[in-house]
Ligand binder design. Structure first.
Ligand SMILES: Cc1ncc(COP(=O)(O)O)c(C=O)c1O
Length: 328
């Protein structure tokens, strides 16, 4: 921002102009936004705002989750809402409204976007009212829903695979790792560190030397014995995508796989895997072909990654019990 000689006290119309100018300098693909504080939905990104003194902003006292919109439907929203509400309870946040109402607001905001494919992210905040630590006296929790284009990753992540590193940042203690709060500093740092090293992402390792997770994705391995092994969910986020894939993966047992296990995965063992997978709502399933500059397996994307990706794609389009129609 240029240094100005005069600092004006702005009128509300000037504030709006500034917010619009900010968005025109940096276009975003945010299509619709619900805010309990605004009492409705806005579609102009300049108006997608939250008061600075909401404790989610200045103390990180908030939780969030993200679900996918696929061809006019919301995929696996109940699993995401389970985790969202669990995270809110652990964070001692008051629920802004009953679950059914949250689901309804999410679906109606999705409809207001007019889009059929994209991402839905929603937050519960502690609310505004002070710059202190515990929620301000009389603070009303905030509920926000953003319908947007989703995080984009290079096609090469799927076609050629990713390269990752063991992060130098410590893994979150279990209580915070299993809670999807807006405190994402370690998650931001792990990805920045990897990018600065010319790599795609990082991997957290726990104090016992077992594999944890990546920045905003889980990791899993196909071991030499062709068992799919996934780290236990007691010290990492229970990824909705991983949970679903662990189920779907049973369809590969007897073919590409010999079994599916959720267990501790020691790093030394993981490095000998045939395949390493990155899993999450945004990336779906992508093969990791190199870890700390060493190839995983033969250093090429493997068949299990491709098969799981197909199974998930099929589930996201056809699993009627996991799809909610968006009420356009
Ligand atoms: C830290 C972390 N781990 C794993 C995941 C994967 O979870 P999901 O499959 O629900 O997207 C996410 C994304 O939400 C995450 O932020």
């Amino acid at each position: 921002m240029p240094v100005t000689t005069t600092l004006s006290i702005l009128r509300s119309d000037e504030v709006l102009d500034q917010l619009r100018a900010l968005r025109s300098r940096q276009p975003v693909r945010y299509w619709a936004f619900y805010s309990s504080q605004l009492g409705g939905i806005v579609t102009d990104p300049a108006l997608m705002v939250i008061p600075f003194d909401d404790h989610m902003v200045h103390r990180g006292h908030g939780v969030f989750d993200t679900a996918a919109m696929v061809d006019g439907k919301i995929y696996d929203l109940e699993a995401h809402l389970d985790r969202f509400i669990r995270s809110a309870i652990t964070s001692r946040l008051t629920l802004p409204c009953p679950r059914e109402e949250m689901r309804e607001i999410i679906a109606r905001t999705a409809a207001a976007s007019g889009k059929r494919d994209g991402s839905i992210r929603y937050w519960i905040s502690a609310g505004p009212g002070s710059l202190g630590l515990p929620p301000a006296a009389g603070a009303a929790p905030g509920f926000f829903v953003m319908i947007f284009a989703g995080l984009a990753y290079p096609d090469s992540w799927h076609s050629q695979g990713l390269r990752v590193m063991t992060t130098t940042y410590p893994i979150k203690p279990p209580l915070y790792a299993v809670t999807k709060s807006t405190n994402y500093l370690p998650n931001v740092l792990i990805q920045m560190e990897a990018q600065e090293a010319g790599l795609d992402n990082g991997v957290f390792i726990d104090e016992a030397g077992n594999v944890g997770e990546s920045s905003n994705m889980n990791v899993a391995f196909v071991m030499a014995d062709r068992v799919l092994r996934h780290p236990r969910f007691d010290h990492i986020l229970s990824g909705c995508t991983s949970l679903r894939l662990l189920d779907l993966a049973h369809r590969l047992v007897g073919g590409l796989l010999r079994g599916v296990e959720v267990c501790d995965v020691p790093v030394a063992e993981a490095r000998r895997a045939r395949e390493m997978l990155l899993i999450g709502s945004s990336v779906k399933v992508a093969p990791i072909v190199e870890w700390d500059r060493q190839p995983i397996g033969d250093g090429k994307p493997g068949p299990v990654a491709a098969a799981l990706r197909d199974l998930l794609a099929e589930d996201m389009r056809a699993a009627r019990d996991r799809l909610i129609d968006i009420p356009y």
